[in-house]
Design a protein around this ligand. Structure first.
Ligand code: TRP
Length: 344
């Protein structure tokens, strides 16, 4: 643990590979909301370079609900291709698949032995599942334990998460504090949540873009389909000549996500002046989106069809991740009294 005070802070993010009904050529899993609202801010944080960053695909978490092995594997490759296409750099960050570093289960068991079942029973996700069904699998019950192990195994200092994951992070913190209390300060690193500030991206109907509202626009939709979706965006039917508001208008709010400040200001001026219709604004929005997304779309399709390359990247990441994981596991085993006595 030497150098802990001087080492760079570690930031870790887990991504659950949830499915898509949309084929890669039709635009794949992600929608504009997940890109602008989650991926882009997360990648900006990695690019800022203040932390050593780890990004992993939580396939064992997905197994709590996914029963189709082909779909589960597809989803892992799809998430990997998506994030890499969006700019995740496997040289500067450690990108790996959760299941490739099995040390996580050793830590998970050790945590299971110090956590009261009551704490897991109070989990929102578990209670939610219970309210919908009598029989909830033990994977869902233990989900937060595995998540705590994901985090603590890599000495994570900060964990960027959405607000929905806050309770899980609190449990991970509690576990880390308890470990250090039981086995000595410095046994594990106590993680901190970093609730990411991300823009809320509106969907077709103006509500937050979300799969559950059915108002999403596929991130990697082919240009023609993307244009069609943009043209469908809700806008007021004001006469072409009339001056129009900009702020709070769906098309303009989406444009601000892709345009520079000057470009956004230029569109606002045109709207305010009149003689510029929502059709024009949608066309500009489409062009800006397409210009920004086409290189990403091309990269996504290229990667998505090359699982050998994706696997190579994931395995290289797992090797680097395992180095950190092994050091933690050895330290924790020694602390709790598992395995041989040191010096024997
Ligand atoms: N539970 C997270 C989600 O559903 C995914 C996840 C698993 C995770 N392990 C993690 C996130 C560790 C952060 C850290 O989004």
């Amino acid at each position: 643990m030497g150098g802990r005070d001087t080492r760079r802070k570690i930031s870790l993010t887990g991504i659950k590979p949830t499915g898509s009904a949309v084929a890669p050529e039709q635009g794949g899993t992600l929608h504009l909301g997940s890109y602008f609202g989650a991926i882009r801010p997360a990648l900006a944080m990695a690019a800022a370079g203040q932390h050593d960053s780890l990004y992993f695909i939580a396939d064992y978490h997905a197994l709590t609900t996914q029963r189709d092995p082909t779909v589960l594997r597809d989803n892992v490759y799809d998430v990997a291709a998506n994030w890499l296409a969006c700019g995740l750099d496997p040289e500067r960050t450690i990108v790996y698949r959760q299941s490739d570093v099995i040390e996580v289960f050793e830590l998970c068991w050790i945590f299971a032995c110090i956590v009261a079942t009551g704490q897991l029973e109070r989990g929102h996700a578990y209670k939610d599942a219970r309210s919908r069904s009598e029989s909830v699998n033990a994977g869902i019950f233990n989900y937060p334990l595995l998540m705590a192990a994901d985090i603590i195994l890599y000495d994570s200092d900060v964990v960027p998460i959405g607000a929905d994951q806050k309770q899980h992070l609190e449990l991970a913190r509690d576990i880390a504090i308890r470990m250090n209390h039981l086995y000595g300060e410095g046994t594990v690193v106590v993680p901190e949540a970093l609730i990411t500030e991300a823009p809320v991206v509106p969907g077709h109907d103006g509500r937050k873009m979300s799969k559950s509202y059915g108002n999403t626009i596929q991130l990697f939709a082919p240009p023609k389909a993307l244009r069609k979706e943009i043209m469908k965006l809700k806008s007021e039917s004001t006469p072409l000549e009339a001056p129009k508001p900009s702020e709070g208008q769906l098309v303009y709010e989406l444009y601000k996500l892709v345009a520079s400040e000057a470009e956004a200001e230029a569109m606002a001026q045109k709207l305010h002046a009149g003689g510029y219709g929502w059709g024009h604004a949608k066309q500009e929005l489409f062009e800006a989106l397409d210009a920004q997304l086409s290189p990403l779309r091309a990269r996504y399709l290229e990667l998505r069809t090359d699982e050998t390359e994706l696997e190579r990247i994931l395995q290289a990441g797992a090797e680097r991740a395992r180095v950190i994981a092994r050091a933690t596991i050895e330290r924790v085993r020694a602390a709790v009294g598992i395995g041989l006595r040191s010096g024997v």
